[in-house]
Design a protein around this ligand. Structure first.
Ligand SMILES: [Zn+2]
Length: 410
C-alpha cells in the first residue's frame, strides 16, 4: 500500500514519477519526515498532480498541493473521497495548515502571493483556476437538473439564493463578494480602488466570444442589435476555457466567472483586473447545465420537448439530471451524460463525442459501469445527416422518458 499520484482531475490513471518512489510518497503521510525533503517532493508534485491516499480503497480520498508564501502543503479536495478517521491526512489532522473553516472552501485555487522580489505581476504557471468554484456554484444552484421550470430569471435567483450560499473564496463568504454581470465593471473596480473590497467575483452568461490571439471579447445579446461586451486580455488574465477539441465549442452560451483584484506590478501603477476567468458552455440561456458539445445541447432540447409533451398529456414529470461530477456506482466510478428518471428506474443517455476507435472503446468500458445505474442508450450523431440526427436524438430522448414513466407505473 502506498500513496498514488494522478494527474489533476484524471483519477483513473496512476502516474509513476521517476523522481518520487513509493517510499518517498509514503513519507508524505508521516508528520516527522525531514521538512526539506518533504517540501522538495511537494514542490515537484505541485501544480500538476493530485495525491490519492491509501487509507480507504473504497472511496479513495484525493489531495492537492497548495503553495503558500514559503511552503507547500497538502489540502484535501472536497468531493473526492474520504479518509478513514485514523489517517494522518484526514481533514481533521492536517487542518493546522489551514485557515479556520467556516465555509466550504473551494480548493485548487492559489491566491497569487506578491513577493517583493517578483517583478512579474502576471500569472505564474501555477495551477491557478477558479473552475472548481464555477462548477460548485452551478451545481449548488441546481443547474445539473433539466427542467421546464428553469428560465433565465429564475436561474439568477437560484444562483444568488442557493448557488453561492455557504461557499467561501479566499476566506471571503461568496454573498459578500459575488456579483452578476460585467455591466457594472467600473463600479466594482472603484470599490477595490477605494479599499472597500480586496477581491470580487463577477459572473455572467455570455452568448459568444471572439479570440483575436491577444484577448477574448465576450458579447451578450439582449436584442438583435443591442449587446454588451467584455474583453479579457491574455497578458494578465489566465483564461480557463473548457473546450472539447474535436467538436465545435465556439458556440455559446457560456457561463463566465472571473475574479477582480489589484494585480499591480511593483512599478507603482495600480492595476485592477481579473487574474482568472473560467468559461464553460451551458445548454442555453434558460438551462444552465454544463454541456460538452452541441450534440448534448440537442439532447437537452429534445428531452425538454418530450417532457413538455408528457406533461401536457398526462401531467407526468420526470427528473432529469446532467451530472457535473462523476457518479459512484456499485461497480466503479463513471460520468454519465444524462440520467433520466429517479430510483429505482433510471435510464442513462450517453452522447458520443467522437468517432475514433479509441474513444469508442473507452466509452464502451464506461457504459458497462453506467449500466449499473440504469439502461444505457447511446446517441451517436456521427455519419448522420442533420435530419437523421434529429430523429435519432428525438427517439432516444422520448424513449428514455417513456420507459421511466411506464416502468415506474408497473
Ligand atoms: Zn487517508
Amino acid at each position: 500500500m502506498t500513496l498514488k499520484v494522478v494527474e489533476k482531475g484524471r483519477i483513473s490513471t496512476t502516474i509513476h514519477l521517476a523522481e518520487i518512489g513509493d517510499v518517498e510518497l509514503s513519507s508524505l503521510k508521516s508528520p516527522n519526515t525531514n521538512a526539506v525533503t518533504k517540501q522538495k517532493h511537494l514542490a515537484l508534485l505541485h501544480g500538476k498532480y493530485w495525491i490519492g491516499c491509501d487509507c480507504n480503497n473504497k472511496d479513495t480520498p484525493y489531495l492537492t498541493i497548495r503553495k503558500s508564501i514559503n511552503s507547500y502543503h497538502l489540502v484535501n479536495l472536497n468531493g473526492h473521497g474520504r479518509h478513514l478517521k485514523t489517517c494522518s491526512l484526514s481533514t481533521e489532522n492536517i487542518k493546522s495548515n489551514e485557515k479556520p473553516v467556516e465555509y466550504e472552501i473551494i480548493d485548487n485555487y492559489i491566491s497569487l502571493e506578491h513577493t517583493p522580489s517578483s517583478n512579474n505581476h502576471l500569472i505564474s504557471s501555477d495551477e491557478c483556476t477558479i473552475f472548481p468554484l464555477l462548477l460548485k456554484i452551478l451545481c449548488k444552484a441546481g443547474f445539473d437538473s433539466i427542467s421546464s421550470k428553469h428560465n433565465y430569471n429564475s436561474n439568477v435567483l437560484s444562483l444568488l439564493d442557493m448557488g453561492i450560499e455557504g461557499v467561501s473564496f479566499n476566506s471571503k463568504p461568496l454573498p459578500e463578494i459575488f456579483n452578476l454581470g460585467y455591466g457594472h465593471f467600473n463600479k466594482h473596480k472603484q470599490s477595490i480602488l477605494d479599499g472597500i473590497h480586496k477581491e470580487l467575483l463577477i459572473c455572467d452568461v455570455m452568448d459568444e466570444y471572439v479570440d483575436d490571439g491577444k484577448s477574448l471579447l465576450f458579447k451578450k445579446h439582449y436584442t438583435k442589435k443591442f449587446f454588451t461586451s467584455f474583453r479579457f486580455y491574455k497578458s494578465f488574465t489566465q483564461i480557463d476555457l473548457v473546450s472539447n477539441s474535436k467538436t465545435s465549442m465556439c458556440k455559446g452560451p457560456y457561463f463566465v466567472l472571473s475574479n477582480l483584484k489589484d494585480i499591480s506590478s511593483d512599478k507603482g501603477k495600480t492595476f485592477i483586473a481579473p487574474s482568472f476567468v473560467a468559461v464553460i458552455p451551458v445548454s442555453s440561456k434558460s438551462q444552465w447545465c454544463v454541456v460538452n458539445n452541441d450534440h448534448e445541447r440537442q439532447v437537452v432540447e429534445q428531452l425538454l420537448k418530450s417532457l413538455a409533451w408528457y406533461h401536457d398529456k398526462t401531467e407526468y414529470d420526470c427528473i432529469i439530471t446532467k451530472p457535473f461530477y462523476p457518479v459512484q456506482t456499485s461497480i466503479g466510478l463513471c460520468h454519465p451524460d444524462f440520467i433520466v428518471g429517479d430510483a429505482p428506474v433510471k435510464q442513462v443517455i450517453e452522447v458520443m463525442g467522437d468517432n475514433t476507435r479509441r474513444y469508442e472503446a473507452q466509452k464502451l468500458a464506461s457504459h458497462i459501469v453506467m449500466s449499473s445505474i440504469g439502461e444505457v442508450s447511446v446517441y451517436d450523431p456521427f455519419n448522420k445527416s442533420k435530419s437523421q440526427q434529429n430523429e435519432h436524438c428525438f427517439n432516444i430522448s422520448k424513449m428514455a422518458i417513456t420507459k421511466s414513466k411506464f416502468k415506474k407505473e408497473k
